[in-house]
Every structure is written in C-alpha cells, then in structure tokens.
Write a protein that binds this ligand. Structure first.
Ligand code: UDP
Ligand code: MG
Length: 317
C-alpha cells in the first residue's frame, strides 16, 4: 500500500505566500510518485485573504484540508491543530513562506523509509539576510537553553520536520497548554536525523515576529522546559542572606568601636534598594511559573476552529 504524507502548514496572513508554496509543493510532490499526499492548512486568524485562498485551493484539490481558527491563537496552536488532524503515515510541518525548502522532502522521506530514524529535522546553518541583532540574540538563546534544560535544541533549528506516526502520536498526547514546539520535539525523544540548509529569504509577505515577541517566546521556552530560573532565585536568596549577615557583624563592630551611627546611612540605602531589587526579580521569576500553572489548570482548549472543510474534526482542540 502507498504511504501517505501529510503536510501541515500554519498560516497567519500568508495570502501572498500560500499560492507560491502550493505550486512549489505541487512540483515536488508530483515527482514523489511512491506516496499519496494530503495538505493540512491552518489559518491562524489571518486578517487578509488567507482563508479565501485556502477555500479556493480546497475546491481545486480534494487533498487540501483547511482549518480556520476563530482568532489568532499563535503558531504553536496552529501546529498542534495540524498534527491532530493529519492522517498520514509521515507528517511534515513547515512554514508558509518558503523559508523551509520543499526540495528537502524527497530526501526526508527517503531517510524515514530506511527505518534508521523516526524523524528528520532541519536547521539553518547560516542566518544570512536576517538582522544582525536578531541572530545575536537567537544564538545566545539557544546557548542558554542548552545550559538550562536537559533537552538538546540545536542552534538554528526550524520547525520544518518530517515525523513518523509514532512520534506524531506522542506529540499530540502531550496536552500541556503552554506549548513550545522546539522543546516538545526534543523532549519526546526518538531518533532524529538533522539536515542542514542555508537560510532562505521569505517568498512574500513579512515576518510575524518583532523583537518583543521573540523575547517573550524565548522566556516561555525557558520557563516551560527548565526549573533553572526558579533555582536562581533561591541561590540568590542564600547569597544575599550571607552578605547581609556579614554586613550586620561589620556594622556592630563599627558601632562599638567608633560610636557613629549616622555615618552608615548611605550604605544602608544601597543595601535596602539592592535587596529590594533582587526580591522583585525573584518574585517575577516565580510569577512566571505561577502564571503558567494558572493557564494549565484552566484546561482551556488550545484553539477553536471556526470554519473547516473537514466537518468531522474536533472544533475545540
Ligand atoms: N504563524 C502563525 N501564527 C502566528 C505567527 C506566525 O501561524 O501567530 C506562521 C506564519 O504564517 C508562518 C510561520 O508561522 O507560516 C512562521 O512565521 P514567520 O515566517 O513570520 O516567522 P520567521 O520565519 O520570521 O521566524
Ligand atoms: Mg518565515
């Protein structure tokens, strides 16, 4: 029997890029005659004509399924919806903007077919064409991530992957609300083959991320996969207590020797503000974990599907 490959594409305002991707996928998939294909397009609350484009594609091609969210739920929710609804033996996740080269698909399928690996991941070896400052912070982030968590996230790793059924099922089974795919892919384990490619510029449209969003995304990634930040706060607490203990002894000795209580005032203010700052910082770290826990216990769905051409799908996933 022919194996089926599902291609999952989360789209947010990709009306221009989507037809380009679809054509490129047609070119490649026609050559892969050993496989059947299915295209799972997720519209993440776009404000442009993305949904119209999806409707059109699904009318032309019965292998196209689309799921349109009731609002923007973020790329992670889009990926999850796509993975849940993909029925293929192999499932590919890729961006809509051609930054994930479809030419790699035959090679990916071949690697999985050999049976030596469960999934094929990809990473960019260059960040050509990307703002320097973004590359700099991205590198720092991956380095810190490696130090702080037990999971291995490669520098430049993309969400462009081909996975087998077993791995997809494991990923879907993780029901956490705060999803960080790069972490989840690594966390579930399985045998991973890495393919490398050069950075490609976006085909059309523009990036959906600004600096602050990326910063928030990195903090989320760390908090979701590491307890290191919360340990920092206890270590800092211990150090501060020791320092203040030494300071108290010092002050007592000084008061006894010099009888000059007012002279210590500026240093006292410094110490108070310093400790105050550290306390706020630590509370902020704890707040991050508490807010994550709060979101988890609410058990809200990750997304709500408002419109789809697959009426059997779960609307609140
Ligand atoms: N995306 C999404 N929801 C969002 C933001 C982005 O589904 O809220 C999709 C977007 O349409 C694209 C992919 O995620 O297919 C990657 O986004 P983008 O190309 O803007 O990120 P970059 O490549 O600049 O990191
Ligand atoms: Mg992109």
């Amino acid at each position: 029997m022919q194996k089926k490959i599902s291609i999952v594409v989360p789209c947010y305002n990709e009306a221009e890029a989507l037809p380009i991707l679809y054509r490129a996928l047609m070119d490649i998939t026609q050559k892969m005659t050993d496989y059947e294909f299915e295209f799972v397009l997720v519209n993440d609350g776009s404000t442009d004509d993305t949904l119209k484009t999806m409707r059109m594609l699904s009318q032309q091609d019965a292998r196209v399924f689309y799921y349109s969210f009731s609002r923007n739920f973020g790329k992670e929710a889009g990926l999850l919806c796509g993975l849940k609804n993909a029925t293929g033996d192999y499932v590919v996740t890729m961006d809509a903007d051609m930054q994930d080269p479809p030419e790699l698909l035959p090679q990916m399928a071949q690697i999985l077919e050999s049976g030596d690996y469960d999934n094929v991941a990809s990473r960019r070896v260059t960040r050509k064409g990307e703002p320097k400052i973004r590359s700099f912070f991205a590198r720092r982030f991956y380095k810190m991530m490696r130090k702080m968590t037990e999971i291995e996230i490669a520098d430049g790793a993309r969400d462009f992957r081909m996975m087998n059924r077993a791995m997809v099922d494991s990923i879907i089974a993780l029901g956490e609300y705060n999803r960080f795919s790069k972490g989840i892919f690594a966390w579930v384990g399985y045998r991973t083959k890495w393919l490398e490619f050069e950075n490609v510029q976006r085909s059309a449209g523009e990036t959906k991320w600004n600096f602050w969003q990326l910063l928030r995304y990195s903090i989320d990634g760390m908090v979701n996969f590491s307890n290191a930040p919360i340990r920092i706060s206890s270590v800092m607490g211990i150090i501060m207590t020791m320092v203040s203990f030494i300071a108290i002894i010092f002050e007592i000795i000084r008061a006894l020797l010099y009888h000059d209580p007012v002279a210590g005032w500026p240093s006292l203010v410094c110490i108070i503000t310093f400790i105050g700052g550290i306390q706020l910082f630590c509370m902020g770290i704890m707040g991050q974990y508490i807010s994550k826990t709060y979101m988890e216990v609410k058990h809200r769905p990750h997304y709500i599907v408002g419109e789809t051409n697959n009426e059997e799908c779960e609307k609140n996933g």
